[in-house]
Design a protein around this ligand. Sequence first.
Ligand SMILES: [Fe+2]
Ligand SMILES: [Fe+2]
Length: 255
Amino acid sequence: MKILFLGDVVSRSGRIAVKRRLADLKQEVGANFTVINGENAAHGKGITSSIYNELMEAGADVITLGNHSFSKHEILGKLNECPYLVRPANMDPEEPGNCVVIRECQGKRIAVVNILGGVFMNNALGESYPVGERLLNSIDADIILVDFHGEATGEKELFWYLYRDRITAMVGTHTHVQTADERIAHGSAYISDVGMCGSFDSILGRDVDEMIARTHGKATRYTPAETPAILCGVVIEIDDATNRAIRITRIQERP
Ligand SMILES: [Fe+2]
Ligand SMILES: [Fe+2]
């Protein structure tokens, strides 16, 4: 079993790259199951129901979110039409949406979990560890994949060391910059951040000129960059006999 995970899709250029590339990429890497982080898919912040459908039609099986989950309010009224959308378990507001999605693939139950880091994250509800513990205790699945959406690598590593015996893979998202620290231990795959699918000539997906203007005190709107996107993610290979990870491979395709 191979799971493809693509990092934060940022705005139109990120969506174009995913839609253009995903079908072929899945074939090339032999992915059986695909998870995409879509927290920035709608104009850099949040996701809409139509963009959810776009990414699902492009080939996603599950879409995870992050601190920007509900930045576009439209999605709150459409959550029942987006069954494979996962929002962070420890995020304010707590109620709407799924914190875990379980889907069957090749006779395996794959649980996808989304958790928010606590560092520099103003809508996180407390530490990720007790929430993780509670969540993992409640999940009945063959394979558990955690999207840990956070800023700090140390916090991500700590979560993985705490729970790696119980999860098949933990991938970091949110920083939009891919780290080169992927590894396997105890049958669990890890990377601090998979990176983004968003405009390469940008600042984390945002327009460079606007960000520079901001440093001079100019009031700015949130303007995503429109240049062609880098596409970042990982492929996690899982042993069908044990449901444990045996390989993690980074993907980084620059325009
Ligand atoms: Fe993001
Ligand atoms: Fe984020």
